[in-house]
Design a protein around this ligand. Sequence first.
Ligand code: DSN
Length: 455
Amino acid sequence: MTDTTTSTQTNLGRFVEAAVERLREQDPELYGILDAEYRRQAGVLSMVASSSVADPSALICEAMTPMNVTAEGYPGRRFHAGCRYIDEIEQLAIDRVCKVFGARYANVQVMTATSANEVVMFSCLKAGETLLGMQLDSGGHLTHGSPASISGQVFNAVGYGLDGSERIDYDKVQELARQHRPKLLICGTTAYAREIDWSRFRAIADEVGAWMLADITHIAGLVAAGVHSSPIDHAHFTTTCTHKQLYGGRGGLVMIGKDADMIGPDGKRTLAQTIDKMVFPFFQGAPNQSSIAAKARGMGFVGSPQFKAVAQRVVKLSSALAEAFKAKGYRVVFGGTDNHIVVVDVAQKGITGVNAEKALEDCGIVVNKNRIPFDTRPPTVTSGIRLGTNGLAIREMEPEDMVECVDVIHDILTHTRQDSDKTYTIEPDTKAAALAAVAALCTRRPITTYPPVRD
Ligand code: DSN
């Protein structure tokens, strides 16, 4: 590999620069697509609630040489040689996760939050046994018992939902738990904007002798920053991914709080030992060590005062966003928000969720269609859109910017003609004005952690 870099750079600096240059020279097609994606992200308002903007210092760890090391096992007990620094990286990641979340145990090898949930399910349940989780339609996750996922096919999944005021129906959770005696009670959501009462869930789990899993994937950043209450010592197991709200690389985590040394479902191993064994060797082989390095770096960022300010801004912006929608006459599901999520009923304004999603994307605003509670439209159409403020907080936007965003969104939705449930036409002048407004906003509020795009 030709060394085109200057001698004053560090080893890693030269490696990264030479690697990018090699990619550009040897694979201009792929380089061009990656460059286009970098530009796209800089120039759109990314408001998909399940995404954020990974910190570049975490992203670059994903591209580092630990990727080359095969290291089955755990720090200090590997099945391969050459793991001195790999062990140090993994232990650093574990220690930082435990510090940031106040956990006593962390498994950082699990590759996604979905696998993290599967690891917990298979630790607690045998095929055919019962779990109780939130229904997808009410704001739960696929892996909490949906028939479309392994969780709903291998296990007997019972679902709970919302009450008439669009809050988790804790009384119904208790009733269902008493009726079905689940071995695992899952709490955690993907499209629920209100604070979750972890202690109520734990009381229900204890009453029926169930294990409790808190999946905090969507709100992990708020939990880490103390902006949302933490389930760590309420749940037996807490899972999350590292990319949605922790601004890190893509990956999963399983954590345990005060119950780490409790004897687990097999009556022999502790909960911590149970998870370690379930991740490796039951579900996974050698982990992705670069991803573990990215998790270590991500947790370094999450543990910083700078991150606390980001998390506080996330909530301040979502609250302003919800109020701005209400001021324009939209029905905001849940009546508002306590976290980063705002779900808006767009059907009430005469447009389906999918048409709203597509029309907004045409104008540089990225959200996703979402079913609303008691929705009669299918998941491919929906009556709502879900927005999130993780990607706006890292641009250091202010509440007044949310008013501007909603003005643009309202203009687009008002001037989009719905031709069918899945087809639409936007007035050309509206589209041009919206694209100009989004471009101006993105220029005024750039992603603060990334170098600006150059032509
Ligand atoms: N759970 C999906 C979401 O919330 O969008 C993505 O993983």
